[in-house]
Ligand binder design. Structure first.
Ligand SMILES: *Cc1c(COP(=O)(O)O)cnc(C)c1O
Length: 392
């Protein structure tokens, strides 16, 4: 279907084309200078010690869980409202996902108090997800995990380039999403803020975790082909049962160009979000919720979360209004989506649905995602707002 306004669209141009040609002409296709430069530039942007490029964020989450030693008998508390990757990888390492609810319909990120109530002797880790590029209440999660001896993993797939103001830091400085917990994963899938088609990055400040990631990413081998090509190593040992989760040079080169555009593109997304909020004020009187419009309440001290605005979302007054609005928008050529169905409502996770998840379930029934991408024009935002909803 040719949408009048698609849900998302690439910001690709001559720079991306040139990057691909550069790699093809270099005659080196995987884990070479492009990957190395991408990792270095990403780590610098994150102000983090280590960044490892991986095949995708799902592989990155798998490596994160393995490097933290999660396995059978361990419980991993995580949002029920998330893409299914973290839950699938929890099961992949033999651990048990325990799903927790969100704070509210207007701040649909994991609730630290509900997470605390779900901690048992078996709990080993907490996964947070910065929904739509809006940071979770990280001060609370950092304190909770420190107190209870739990690992903290950030699923930062929506939040590349987003920042969190840590009031304790002197001078106050924007801490990057994905550099706060023990380890984090980013995705460069085609519809993400930094889009390379496929690809991901794992970020950590812990040296022990970094060593494991590096090893497990490439079969547990002590050297990679590039080292041997460079004459740095002739042979190798295999120290652990690893995987092939490497990234190739083409995707790394695309990622580097996209990284150079990231700050401007995220700023553009914030500008479009403000325009949406202005135009859609009328909806609040009709029982709609405009999540993340208000700055979240202090956590526990003032913070300034600078969102990556990966998504622009609304919560309808009820699921019937949500359904009707999606149909109206579709008829006008506007693509919408749902982020996300509640994970324990999927067949394979049905046995994990025990905890209280009323807010997540309510949210899943009423949430609608509207088009949001940096190349979107203000006229397109106005078009969407005209069909949306004031009046329907
Ligand atoms: C996209 C996404 C993933 C998975 O990323 P892949 O790179 O496709 O594996 C995981 N979590 C969230 C929140 C995502 O949006």
């Amino acid at each position: 279907m040719a949408w009048h306004v698609p849900l998302s669209d690439l910001d690709y141009g001559p720079e991306e084309e040139a990057a691909v040609v550069r790699v093809l002409r270099s005659r080196w296709l995987s884990m070479g200078p492009e990957v190395q430069a991408f990792e270095e530039q990403f780590a610098k942007m994150q102000r983090a010690k280590h960044a490892f490029a991986v095949a995708n964020a799902t592989a990155g989450l798998h490596l994160a869980f393995l490097s933290l030693g999660l396995g059978p008998g361990d419980e991993v508390i995580q949002p029920a409202l998330n893409f299914v990757a973290a839950a699938n990888m929890t099961v992949a390492v033999g651990a048990t996902p325990v799903f927790a609810d969100i704070l509210s319909l207007s701040e649909p990120t994991l609730d630290p108090k509900r997470v605390e109530r779900l901690i048992t002797r078996r709990t080993k880790a907490v996964v947070v997800m910065h929904y739509g590029g809006n940071l979770c209440r990280m001060a609370s999660f950092v304190n909770l995990c420190k107190e209870r001896g739990l690992a903290l993993i950030e699923d930062a797939c929506h939040a590349v380039g987003a920042t969190y103001q840590d009031p304790e830091q002197r001078p106050p400085d924007g801490v990057m999403a994905g550099s706060i917990g023990d380890i984090s994963a980013f995705s460069f899938f085609a519809n993400k803020n930094l889009a390379a088609g496929e690809g991901g990055m794992v970020v950590t400040n812990r040296d022990d975790v970094a060593d494991r990631i590096k090893l497990l990413r490439s079969h547990g081998m002590t050297t990679v082909t590039w080292d041997r090509h460079q004459g740095h190593a002739a042979s190798y040992d295999v120290l652990a049962n690893g995987y092939n989760y490497r990234l190739d040079e083409l995707h790394a080169a695309l990622g580097r160009v996209q990284l150079s555009k990231l700050a401007a593109n995220n700023e553009r997304r914030r500008e479009l979000a403000r325009l949406y909020w202005d135009q859609l004020r009328c909806l609040e009187a009709q029982g709609w919720i405009l999540p993340f419009r208000e700055r979240p309440k202090p956590d526990p001290k003032p913070r300034d979360a600078s969102s990556a605005c990966h998504l622009f979302i609304l919560v309808a007054p009820d699921s019937e209004r949500r359904r009707r609005s999606a149909e109206t928008l579709k008829a006008a050529g506007v693509q919408t989506s749902l982020h996300y169905p509640c994970i324990p409502d999927f067949s394979t996770f049905a046995q994990h649905g025990g905890a209280e998840l009323e807010i997540s379930r309510e949210f899943s029934g009423r949430e609608i995602s509207l088009p949001m991408f940096p190349a979107m024009t203000k006229a397109q935002v106005q078009d969407v707002c005209k069909v949306t909803l004031c009046g329907t």
